[in-house]
Design a binder for this molecule. Structure first.
Ligand SMILES: [Zn+2]
Length: 280
């Protein structure tokens, strides 16, 4: 059995509900879970290091407050609540550049606790999985995350950033070549890069995704909803690949699509062999 986790990043209070519906209706209708890494209190002026506005922000905006919590978009909250196949992950706080690469534990703790409060204020259960913007997590951040979450999903791990007490298990992970591992009760998942990206050619994209799924027992597929609508227009060819993926995932007998809830649960009923993948 091959397990797949589909992770879409950057849902936030300014995310148009129609975009998620366009992309994921074929998944939801087939009973396939979709994991949305959701920004608790988006910085409406968030920029990349080169000064460009983040792609998940609207092209046109004026008069917005500097930050918007999830509760500011009741339509989106209602949509998420009425489609239980969506599973929410906690993605940063404001999505400031490298906000979880900080060396200040108090700043990290403040952002995490305010983020959890934002989910609660929007009527949502706070997520048990954390995703850092830009995959950047400092050592103090790992310590604070371990106190609050059951799962971290990120691109890769760096020895020098990990708490010293995790080094032994990390060394075993490196030696054995495992993608995913465990430190105490915290499960840590890596992913093979953003294969579903508008920076990559559409030709052959589905095959590359299938190959990644075939290469290991559990694969995290990362994508970003706003890349399918860059420039304000739907990228039909890119959307078609995503929907072909839904067909493939639903029709392939030895592939099972999971929500991160199955990873967060110690003994997931829907995937009983899964915990072994984290025990090196
Ligand atoms: Zn992000």
């Amino acid at each position: 059995m091959k397990y797949v986790l589909l992770r879409d990043d950057d849902t936030n209070a300014l995310c148009p509900t129609a975009c998620l519906e366009r992309l994921y209706r074929p998944f939801l209708d087939r009973g396939l879970p979709v994991n949305l890494a959701t920004i608790p209190c988006v910085n409406t002026k968030a920029c990349l290091p080169d000064g460009r506005r983040e792609g998940f922000l609207p092209v046109q905006q004026s008069g917005l407050p500097s930050h918007l919590p999830l509760a500011a978009n009741p339509e989106l909250m209602s949509y998420l609540a009425t489609n239980p196949r969506y599973h929410l992950l906690h993605h940063g706080y404001a999505h400031d550049y490298l906000e979880f690469d900080s060396a200040q534990p108090a700043d990290i703790a403040r952002r995490l606790d305010a983020g959890i409060a934002s989910f609660e204020a929007a009527g949502l259960r706070p997520p048990a999985t954390f995703v850092a913007p830009y995959d950047q997590i400092s050592r103090p951040a790992y310590r604070e995350l371990a106190r609050r979450f059951r799962v971290i999903s990120t691109g890769w791990f760096e020895f020098r950033r990990l708490p010293a007490r995790w080094w032994g298990r990390y060394a075993i992970k490196k030696i054995t070549g495992c993608r995913h591992w465990r430190a105490g009760s915290l499960r840590l998942l890596s992913h093979p890069g953003c294969l579903l990206s508008h920076h990559r050619p559409v030709e052959g994209m589905l095959e590359r995704v299938k190959n990644a799924i075939a290469a290991g027992p559990l694969t995290v597929l990362v994508t970003h909803w706003w890349e399918y609508f860059a420039g304000g227009q739907p990228n039909e060819a890119f959307i078609a690949v995503l929907h072909q993926l839904a067909d493939y995932l639903a029709s392939t007998p030895d592939v099972r699509v999971l929500s991160f809830g199955a990873i967060e649960t110690a003994t997931p009923a829907e995937a009983p062999g899964l915990p072994r993948l984290f025990d090196l």
